[in-house]
Design a protein around this ligand. Structure first.
Ligand code: ATP
Ligand code: MG
Length: 472
């Protein structure tokens, strides 16, 4: 079912339920309180009629002519007027007489009815119960009769209660119909307000799926709609970025492969043409290019495995401090040549961690390699290892030029280099940090960078402690 229809229907159902509940409540209140109220009024009126008949009897000393008194037009009009289907239509009824719909019954001292506004009980005897309900008429200390007012109506005549209930019911039905129309309209407009942006969003999603990566929506509306639109725009921006990365990746890989291949080809062609002699240094330079190519292919493979979360880890427990020391040894010559001091800051000399020794060594090599490359002579590169409950964190800080804020979010992306036109002598393909990130995350850790231009750079990564590593 369409959202629009469903919402409109829901509104209507709610209003129907509300009106029904109201009708039941009002019906109950009317019966309970209005009935009580009428009884109360009838009691007071009975007193008035009692006084009236007392005066009448005191004047005449007898009851003759009392029925005729009740029969005068302002009474008879009432009885007949309220008979269903007769008087109502002609505008008679309630307002016509002074007594309203009350029925006055007068009994003599023996309890025999001598007057009845409805004329139905004349001559009958009132029951003990009815006599008890009535008001005794006492003249000169003698009880001469009883007057009884009743709201009970004979069949075919509407009581006040019936009339009241009926008008309340009519009012509720009319209000209910009005509320239904309003609910239908409100439901319709509300649904249109909600469903409108949704269908625009659906259309945009389809366009995005068909490759329209530039899709962005500008929609105003309720908070949730705005949130949804913002989420959509974020997603579209991200997809657009990934699509650009994917396209760039192929271009980057081709570009990185081309350079060593061109060198190889040039040297081999020179060899073939006899322009170059087969000497050990030529063989070595060829071998270098082959190594560079193999490293690139190997890096790409590792990276793609890590990004697909399929990197096989050879887990073992080893001493992290020892590994850092080994990497220091590896870089010592380079550091000495640039007059850079390599410092290890740790409280313990035995920090056991569980993980893939070769891959974590690679992470350290990549970070320290960068640090050494970007730190000018007489600078320092410091590795700090900290143990905290649940994880070990390693930071590699240098006193180099730092990284511009604009570049910071991207340094972990593959092939990202801050100096775009750098030649190969100054650095690699831009895969080092992407690989470090992939390896650290494969261990369940995190890696991030803190840097400000001119203030050096600090790369930090964490590895969960052995008993915190979740099985892959
Ligand atoms: P590769 O590591 O593949 O040989 P690379 O070192 O250029 O190449 P990454 O290690 O991924 O690539 O580094 C990405 C970029 O981040 C670098 O090109 C450099 O611009 C910047 N960068 C990395 N480490 C530092 C650092 N310690 N100080 C300043 N800039 C850095
Ligand atoms: Mg690097």
């Amino acid at each position: 079912m369409k959202l629009r229809t469903r919402l409109t229907l829901a509104f209507i159902v709610v209003v129907l339920l509300a009106v029904a509940t109201l009708a039941v409540a009002v019906g109950w209140a009317t019966r309970t309180f209005f009935h009580g109220y009428l009884e109360d009024v009838a009691g007071k009126r009975q007193q008035v009629w009692g006084d009236f008949f007392t005066a009448y009897y005191r004047d005449r000393g007898e009851w003759t002519g009392v029925q005729e008194l009740l029969d005068i037009p302002w009474h008879s009009g009432l009885d007949q007027g309220m008979v269903r289907g007769q008087g109502m239509g002609r505008g008679q009824g309630l307002g016509r007489g002074r007594t309203g719909l009350e029925r006055v019954i007068l009994a003599d001292s023996n309890g025999r009815v001598i007057a009845d506004t409805y004329g139905l009980k004349l001559g009958e005897r009132l029951s003990e119960q009815e006599l008890a309900q009535g008001t005794a008429i006492v003249v000169n200390g003698r009880e001469v009769g009883t007057v009884l007012l009743t709201t009970a109506t004979p069949p075919g005549v509407l009581s006040r209660e019936d009339l009241f209930t009926r008008s309340v019911t009519v009012a509720i039905i009319l209000a209910g119909i009005a509320a239904l129309i309003l609910a239908g309209l409100a439901g319709f407009f509300l649904a249109r307000r909600i469903a409108g942006p949704l269908s625009q969003l659906t259309a945009a999603v389809y366009r995005l799926a068909a490759g329209g990566w530039e899709q962005r929506l500008v929609l105003t509306g309720d908070e949730e709609i705005v949130q949804l639109v913002t989420a959509f725009n974020d997603m579209a921006a991200r997809l657009e970025k990934y699509e650009a990365l994917r396209r760039n990746l192929v271009a980057d890989v081709a570009h990185e492969l081309r350079t060593p291949l061109t060198v190889l080809r040039g040297q081999l062609e020179s060899l073939q043409a006899g322009a170059l002699e087969i000497k050990p240094d030529v063989i070595m330079s060829l071998h270098d290019e082959i190594l560079r190519l193999s490293r690139l292919v190997h890096d790409l493979q590792e990276l793609s495995l890590a990004e697909a979360k399929k990197l096989p880890l050879h887990r073992e427990t080893f001493n992290l401090v020892e590994i850092v020391q080994k990497v220091f040894n590896f870089f010592q010559v380079e550091a000495d040549s640039k007059n850079i001091s390599l410092i290890l800051d740790t409280e313990e000399h035995d920090i056991e961690i569980e993980g893939d020794r070769d891959r974590l060594t690679q992470v350290l090599i990549n970070l320290l390699g960068n640090a050494l490359r970007y730190t000018p002579s007489r600078g320092r590169v410091e590795v700090t290892i900290k143990e905290s409950p649940g994880e070990v964190s390693v930071s590699v800080a240098d006193t180099g030029p730092g990284i511009a804020p604009a570049d910071l979010p991207y340094v972990f992306e593959r092939f990202y280099r801050t100096e775009k036109s750098r030649n190969r002598a100054q650095g690699g393909a831009g895969l080092g940090l992407a690989i470090a990130k992939g390896f650290v995350e494969a261990h369940g850790g995190r890696i991030w960078v803190e840097s400000q231009p001119g203030q050096g750079t600090r790369f930090i990564f964490t590895i969960p402690a052995a008993n915190h590593i979740l099985p892959l």
